[in-house]
Every structure is written in C-alpha cells, then in structure tokens.
Design a protein around this ligand. Structure first.
Ligand SMILES: Cc1ncc(COP(=O)(O)O)c(C=O)c1O
Length: 409
C-alpha cells in the first residue's frame, strides 16, 4: 500500500470481520465508505453542484441506496437499460444510461419506463442513434429523454493527435447544436442534458508508482492543459444549447479522478463519481489532495491453502484483474498482513495466488490474506455478497449485483 494511504482497519479487524465467512469474500468498510462520500459531497456542495453516482463503480444495491440517502446526491449513472429497469422497480429514479444502446428491446425498456413516469434518460452521440431511439419511442408512444454525450478528449494539431478515449464524435459547440436540432425535429425525443467524461484527466494517475518522475510530470502537465481546454469548451457547448432554447436538466462531467477540478467549471451542474467511495488501488496514484484524502473502503479476503516454502504462502482465488489496457497496475495487491507481494511471474492467479514476504511465515493454513482491487465495481462481479463492516466489526452481508442475479456486461 502507498505509504501515504490512510486506512482505518488493520489485519486484526479485517480478520475478525470475516470470521466464519466462507472465503474468498468481499468486504466494504462502511466507516471509510461514508467518510469518502462526505469528502465528495463537501466539494460538490461548496461548488453548488450535485453528485450523481456511477452504478458500475459500486454494483451493490444496498450501497447505492445508502449513498443516495445523503443530501447533495442526485440520481444514478447506469450502464444498461435493464439495470435501470430493475433499479426503478426497487424505487430508484433519475436514471441516466450513459452509454448508447441499440438493441430494440433495450430502447423499448427505456420507452416503457418513461411511459410509466420514470425520469430516465440515455446517451446519444449521433443522428443515427437518435433515429433508432426516435422510431422505437414513437412506436411505444413515449417521449424519450436523451442526453448529448460529447467527446472531452484533447485534440491537437488539427485533430491529428487525439489524447483521450474514443467514444463520441460530437466535440464542439457546432457539433452539439447540429445534433440538438436533429433531436428537436423528432417529436418522440426530448433533449434532457449534456454529458462529457474527461477520461484523460479522471482516469490518468499522475503519481503512479509504475511511472518515472518524467512520465509523472508529463501526465500532470497534460491533465492541467486538458482541463483548461475542455472546461471552456464544455461551457461553450452548454451556452450554445441554451441560447437556442434547449432547456437542459443537467450538464454532467467528471469522475472521481477529476472531481475537484470539474467542479470549478462554469457550465457544469453535476458531477459523477463512484470509484472514490471504494478508493481502489489505481487511486493511490493521484497527486490530487481530494483523491489522496480518500480511504480504501473495499477489500477482498483469500484463504491461505498452501505453503510452497519459507517466506511464501499460496491463497485460493485472487485472479481479479481490472479492465483496460493491460499492465501491472491492473493487478490486485495484498495489503494485510503488511509486507506481502505478488510474484512477478504469476501475478494474481485464476484459482491460486502465491504471495511472498516475511509476513507469510506467521500465517497458518486457513488464515485470510486481504487484497485491494485495482478498480472499484468490477470486484463485485466476482462475489454474490459483500460483508459490510462498521467500527471494525461485520454488521451485515448484502447482495452484490451478481448475487441479485444481475449481469449487464
Ligand atoms: C461516463 C462516465 N462518467 C463518469 C465516470 C467516473 O466514474 P468513477 O468515479 O467511478 O471513476 C465514468 C467511469 O468510467 C464514466 O464512464
């Protein structure tokens, strides 16, 4: 664990929390989760903005409900229409599906929800997508809310250099206005909001232990330059839409890794975050005082099942590698007992994970070893339930999406 990372639980507390629980097990420290949420809300409230929760980064209904209970939060950013449908059936509302969908049954589900009175919206970034939504919504007799999903990447050299993710083709105020007018021309659609995720800032650790000082400096410079450019561009887009009479219910931006920067923009009305509530490993690599202030709240426990030799034990399970470009930063890491490390040749294995270090000799067969995942919600796809811990003691076991039988991709 990074030396500056603050944790409230140690090996003894975590070990007590999983006593009698079948391992492997996922654990969330509610004290850290709540404190992290308050750290997010302190920033958004000060800026007069709302916080939308990214469901993909949590994937536990009870934790979504817990977070949405706090004043200053607003709705969910979902990743699937069928997810939104199920969440709505459980009483959640203001559901924004942030990724375009094309399967007719997906769009029909959204139209159905809309007809039933749910505040549900879906990302749109092309006329082609708008047409699909419009035809299905019309047939369903619904007026579907759509959110213009814009590209927040940094384009240099007249677009020859693209720094950011490849998602939406809609990049500037001319593009958004053109698409907004196409949407206006379709009576089965209504423009609900504007969303841009600045992945090259929010998802770019600028203090990663895997980078050299020079690379870190380069990333910090890039983050700052990109934020300046995109902040002005997003504001221009929102103004251009409003000047043409498009009434936006929200202008959304950000993620955990950019939250403290995105709130400074004039055009934004709300920010999205989710991972920061769990503070997975990747967020140990950020310079930002806000991200550094967050505490790891999510762990998983593996059972020691073998002792291949002195200074090492092998655990059952553990190959929970995070998505994205492949690299060592996507591996989970053992954190308790302290002083253990993965093997560079084996990493985290499909069903067995060896760990090395002096602390291994004090472990007995059947003991737990605690790890952190590189990312947040993905871990929940590996477990049916999660052990909730408060004050160092297990207080409840709740279902993950997987435990609810939910699988959305
Ligand atoms: C559209 C969008 N907004 C916001 C986020 C930020 O989520 P988090 O705070 O979990 O990093 C993501 C994450 O990938 C995203 O895809």
């Amino acid at each position: 664990m990074h030396p500056a990372t603050r944790v409230s639980l140690g090996y003894a507390e975590l070990r007590r929390a999983v006593e009698g629980v079948r391992l492997p097990a996922a654990i969330v420290d509610l004290d850290a989760f709540d404190e992290n949420l308050e750290a997010h809300l302190a920033i958004t409230r000060r800026a007069g903005l709302l916080l939308r929760l990214a469901t993909k980064s949590i994937r536990v209904v009870s934790l979504l409900r817990r977070a949405l209970g706090r004043p200053g939060t607003r709705g969910l950013m979902c990743y699937s229409p069928h997810e939104a449908e199920r969440l709505h059936a459980l009483g959640f509302d203001d559901l924004f599906i942030a990724y375009p969908v094309f399967r007719p049954d997906d769009v029909r589900a959204l139209a159905r929800l809309t007809r039933e009175g749910a505040v549900v919206s879906v990302a749109v970034d092309s006329e082609e997508a708008a047409l699909v939504y419009s035809e299905i919504a019309e047939r369903q007799g619904a007026r579907l809310r759509v959110v213009l999903c814009v590209d927040m990447s940094l384009r240099l050299g007249g677009g020859r250099l693209h720094i950011g993710v490849r998602r939406s083709p809609v990049h500037d105020e001319h593009d958004v206005v053109a698409l907004a007018e196409k949407i206006r021309a379709r009576p089965a659609l209504v423009l609900h909001g504007l969303m841009g995720y600045e992945a090259q800032v929010a998802g770019l650790p600028d203090k990663s232990p895997f980078d050299s000082q020079l690379v870190r400096f380069g990333k910090r410079t890039l983050r700052a330059a990109s934020m300046r450019e995109l902040g002005e561009r997003r504001a221009r887009m929102a103004v251009a839409l409003r000047e043409r009479g498009h009434d936006l219910a929200f202008v959304n931006g950000g993620g955990t890794g950019s939250l403290d920067l995105t709130v400074g923009e004039t055009g934004v009305t709300e920010v999205t975050a989710g991972s920061g509530l769990f503070k997975p490993l990747l967020f140990d690599g950020y310079e930002s005082p806000f991200v550094s202030s967050l505490r790891p709240a999510c762990f998983f426990a593996l059972e020691v099942t073998r002792r291949p030799g002195p200074g090492m034990v092998t655990c059952f399970g553990g190959g929970y590698v995070a998505s994205g470009s492949a690299g060592p930063e996507k591996l989970p890491r053992p954190v308790f007992p302290q002083g253990l490390d993965l093997s560079s040749t084996e990493g985290a294995g499909e069903v067995q994970t060896p760990v090395f270090g002096a602390a291994a000799d004090a472990l007995r067969l059947g003991d737990p070893v605690f790890f952190r995942h590189a990312k947040a919600g993905e871990l929940m796809e590996r477990f049916d339930e999660v052990v909730l811990v408060r004050g160092g003691r297990a207080v409840e076991r709740v279902e993950t999406y997987r435990g609810d039988g939910w699988c959305f991709g």
